[in-house]
Design a protein around this ligand. Structure first.
Ligand code: GDP
Length: 465
């Protein structure tokens, strides 16, 4: 148990109400030294846990603020320690004054993430849950919030515990066999073990795979906007991003750099990648940009191909061959821009042209980026193309790079176990690989994680959490 009592401002600046957290063995008596309840009999040290007490914070004779103090007693608090939370008015002057008074009376200012670190050290949550707290604070969309919430509630931890239990059973059978190795007995039925290994492998593989889904939810569905120069890519991007980040210009080839930005459409985060226009050219800088365009296309899930509708047949003809091989397994949206400049017959001719298009699972749409027409429908099309699995708070999805790495190593270890069982290798080699698999899973929950890694994780928190 940690002996220091720590304090920190837990709310962001600028709100009407501010909150200061105090945690540690002296949390209650230090708070009492600066707080006088309105009703004299309601002294904090005598109060029951989970109560609110109304009163004033004093600096000597001077009243600093009228506040409410919430009280928690060990082990039933966020950190597992005695804690108080002082809710006062949100002025940064008041918050600073209260903080100073607490420090003067024996508290120490908390390090970033120290409250959550104490919760972890006191067994209130495992490391994967503690990390989810940081994600929860950082969540900006409904989907990232749902992900972090599910992890904090411990769905992931439960899967890990189940896996580790299965693996421990596995090793104990093998190790029992090793103890009796002289007598050449096989306690562990090899085919039953293989079945067990297969079922463990399935769960780990699913978790490793879920990282891709988690990653897309967290960082956005990558959409590459491609097309010939002057098709209107930058103009569209500006409309989607609602700002003038990309350069719009009449001179061919101005969008030389790849610009990325995220935007939230219907609750889904999209990461738009505007690319250099594709055009045969001798300009080396522009050629470099074009090369990068194709690299970006390979990373995208959705390809938004902008075509200048006034020049559609030649633009389709010009790019199809180069582009389509890169579109395998991706969602392709043909976006005919500048529809304000074409007549109805031209539109029909383009639609007719599409009936012979070599790729079948495509969407197409006419828009005018300049006049903002059709862009709402395009956004709807993007939302449908993203077809993210709807996740619930009960789904276990891995979003953290550290967890993903540990799971990938666990997967490699269990693959070696499966291979070993198939090749009938001796028990001690099997036991070693199983132990390695357990080690990596335990790393996620923080059971074998070294201090340096721990420090690193909690450092990324904000102070007060
Ligand atoms: P990019 O090279 O593909 O990024 O193309 P830009 O976005 O820079 O646009 C090239 C030119 O086309 C600019 O002059 C735009 O104003 C113009 N443009 C873009 N979209 C439209 C549109 O929907 N209608 C019309 N008439 N002009 C457009």
């Amino acid at each position: 148990m940690n002996q220091d009592t720590i304090c920190a401002i837990a709310t962001a600046q600028g709100g009407a109400i501010g909150s200061i957290r105090v945690s540690g063995p002296h949390a209650i008596d230090i708070t009492e030294r600066i707080f006088i309840p309105v009703k004299a009999e309601k002294k904090l040290t005598g109060r029951k846990p989970y109560t609110l007490t109304f009163g004033h914070i004093y600096n000597g004779e001077e009243i600093i603020d009228e506040v409410l103090v919430s009280l928690f007693r060990t082990p039933h608090s966020y950190t597992g320690e005695d804690s108080t939370e002082i809710t006062c008015h949100g002025s940064s002057y008041i918050l600073q004054q209260v903080l100073q008074l607490l420090i003067k009376n024996g508290c120490r200012l908390a390090q970033p993430g120290e409250f959550t670190q104490r919760a972890f050290l006191n067994g209130k949550m495992d490391l994967s849950q503690a990390e989810a707290v940081a994600d929860l604070i950082a969540s900006t969309s409904a989907a990232t919030h749902r992900l972090a919430m599910s992890q904090m509630r411990g769905g992931f931890s439960k899967e890990l515990t189940d896996l580790r239990e299965k693996l421990l059973n596995f090793t104990s059978m093998i190790e029992l066999e090793l103890d009796f190795s002289e007598e050449d007995v096989e306690f562990a039925d090899r085919s039953a073990l293989l079945q067990l290994a297969d079922s463990i492998e399935k769960v780990i593989a699913r978790l490793v795979y879920s990282f891709n889904v988690g990653n897309v939810i967290k960082n956005g569905v990558p959409v590459a906007i491609i097309g010939e120069t002057n098709a209107g890519k930058s103009t569209l991007l500006n409309v989607l991003l609602n700002e003038d980040k990309a350069i719009v210009s009449d001179i061919h080839g101005t969008t030389r750099d790849v610009i990325e930005d995220t935007v939230n459409i219907n609750g889904i985060t999209f990461r738009f990648i505007d690319t250099a226009g594709i055009r045969e050219t001798n300009d080396t800088i522009e050629n470099l940009g074009i090369e990068r365009t194709f690299q970006k296309i390979d990373q995208a899930e959705i390809i938004l191909w902008m075509i200048d509708a006034t020049d559609a047949p030649s633009q389709i003809e010009g790019l199809s061959k180069k582009l389509l091989p890169h579109c395998e397994g991706k969602h392709l949206i043909l976006t005919f821009n500048k529809s304000d400049l074409i007549r109805e017959e031209q539109k029909e001719a383009i639609l007719f042209l599409l009936t012979n298009f070599p790729k079948t699972d495509i969407n197409s749409i006419f828009i005018s980026a300049k006049q903002h027409s059709g862009t709402d429908e395009l956004q709807q099309m993007l939302t449908e193309a993203a077809h993210l699995p709807t996740i619930t708070q009960n789904d276990v999805i891995v979003t953290n790079v550290r967890h993903h790495e540990a799971l990938s190593l666990a997967l490699e270890a269990i693959h070696r176990v499966q291979e070993g069982l198939n090749r009938n290798i001796s028990g001690d080699f099997l036991a070693q690989d199983i132990r390695e698999c357990i080690f990596h899973l335990s790393d996620i929950a923080g059971e074998v994680t070294n201090d340096m890694v721990l420090q690193n994780i909690f450092q990324n928190f904000c102070i007060g959490k």
